[in-house]
Write a protein that binds this ligand. Structure first.
Ligand code: HMG
Ligand code: MG
Length: 301
């Protein structure tokens, strides 16, 4: 199939990144500034917040305030993660442009992450989808643990395909395939994708690869050759999943943009504006910058 000419980057740092910060809970003002700066750097799709239970994920407890505080830039979609109707009501009231629902290919992970079975999670999404459709809000779906589960190990690609297809049939316009714990390798990623693509058109699939084992760029390069052109990334490689022990952040936005620039694949993102954002947010968080490109380009960009 060959590489795409263009790719859409979905920046998930403000959600997937910040949800996992264990230190002091980061202020609403910093979250708002992060989202605004990412939009200024050319990100057109930003997962800005998560309307989940603050008892489960306190880091996302100010989702409504964050959504209210951002300066909406024309042409940018501000998305919110929602596990159930309560979350969807919050996201709709906060004028999210898109809601994201999430299940997994592994029963044990679903149980740990959202306290229910895969089937129950899908049933909980029915009212979410109804509410979103009534408000003309797009729905994106996630399938987690597509290349391995922290509790069950290897995952059958047919199980990934089944959950992805279900989410598509329920009304998601796109399904993002999550290597939640970053254990995948390129051939494994391609095999998984080939199976899923039998049930879901490839142009409705996205790659959401965490970089725990340093394989994400290689895996992305592999699946792009099979037609993937939507990639989830996190500024400075922030993040991880609170319910996947040891999981580190998504592949860094800076690293992906650098690779795509080198491949001549258009993203609309200004790398020179992006790199300082990674340095700034990691300083605010008191943690190291997880982007190799960010480190190589230095902090006085
Ligand atoms: P539960 O305890 O089973 O829910 O949690 P419940 O319905 O029994 O409610 C318990 C309490 O939570 C109640 O409050 C509800 O009102 C409240 P109480 O009566 O005790 O005061 N509640 C809520 N509050 C605010 N917003 C809500 C909400 N729902 C219930 N939406 C639940 C079930 C799903 C709520 C919980 O398990 C939860 O919030 N889990 C979130 C887990 C999470 O955020 N995980 C990380 C995101 S997923 C991810 O990172 C993977 C991804 O990146 C892809 C990949 O990498 O693979 C997407
Ligand atoms: Mg994730």
């Amino acid at each position: 199939m060959g590489l795409p000419n263009k790719a859409r980057i979905v920046e998930v740092g403000p959600r997937d990144g910040l949800q996992n910060e264990s230190g002091a809970v980061i202020s609403t003002a910093i979250k708002v500034e992060l989202i605004n700066r990412l939009a200024e750097a050319g990100l057109s799709h930003i997962e800005a917040a998560s309307f989940v239970s603050p008892k489960w994920v306190p880091q996302m407890g100010d989702a409504a305030e964050v959504m209210a505080g951002i300066t909406r830039k024309t042409g940018v979609a501000y998305a919110a993660l929602t596990p159930n109707i309560k979350g969807a009501e919050g996201a709709i009231a906060a004028h999210a442009d898109e809601v994201a629902i999430f299940s997994a290919a592994s029963e044990s992970f679903t149980q740990k992450n959202i306290n229910c079975s895969i089937a129950e999670s899908l049933a909980r999404f029915i009212p979410v989808i109804e509410a979103a459709k009534k408000n003309n809000i797009r729905i994106r779906g996630y399938v987690s643990t597509v290349l391995g589960c922290p509790y069950e190990g290897d995952i059958d690609p047919a199980q990934v395909a089944a959950v992805a297809r279900e989410l598509l049939d329920m009304g998601c316009y796109e399904i993002s395939l999550g290597d939640t714990i970053g254990v995948g390798t390129p051939v494994k990623a391609r095999k998984m994708l080939a199976r899923v693509a039998k049930d879901v058109p490839i142009n409705q699939l996205a790659a959401h690869f965490h970089d725990t084992y340093g394989q994400a760029l290689a895996n992305l390069y592999a699946v792009m050759q099979d037609g993937i052109s939507v990639i989830d990334t996190s500024i400075a490689g922030l993040g991880g999943c609170p319910y996947a022990k040891g999981a580190s952040g998504n592949v860094a936005t800076e690293d992906v943009v650098y690779m795509l620039n080198g491949l001549g694949i258009e993203t609309g993102i200004d790398l020179d504006k992006l790199v300082p954002i990674g340095h700034w947010i990691t300083q605010e968080l008191g943690r190291s910058n997880g982007s190799k490109v960010g480190l190589a380009m230095g902090c006085d960009q």
